[in-house]
Design a protein around this ligand. Sequence first.
Ligand SMILES: [Zn+2]
Ligand SMILES: [Zn+2]
Length: 138
Amino acid sequence: MQNQEIENKLRTQDVKPTAMRILVLRTLFNSRSAMSLSDIEQQFDQADRTTLYRTLKTFESKKIIHKIDDGTNAPKFAVCVEGCECNPEDLHIHFHCTNCEETYCLNNISIPTIELPNQFTLNQINMVVKGLCDDCSQ
Ligand SMILES: [Zn+2]
Ligand SMILES: [Zn+2]
């Protein structure tokens, strides 16, 4: 993805496109799997962890990326699809490979409707499927 496209994406979501934000978002866009803060940190020599963390927080609040709890100790981040509002109906299944330990967004597989008992209200669903990814199952 070109820097221009990244910049447009940030502007569309009301985020000022600083050099740092463009770099971080491009890194996430170009990654096939979701990335943890440490994964991202490894790609940046000069940026400190706090700046990266704050950048991710901004992206998350602006619904540019979403945070994934894949059952490991490190939360992962992945780019949201176009038009995602991060509502329960926008959510998709995540896949965690137990061999390479990568976590993938399965954007085309939505989470089945959950019928909760009376008086229970839903505001978040986290569904992680574990197994072997396409690379590892060969
Ligand atoms: Zn794998
Ligand atoms: Zn996802």
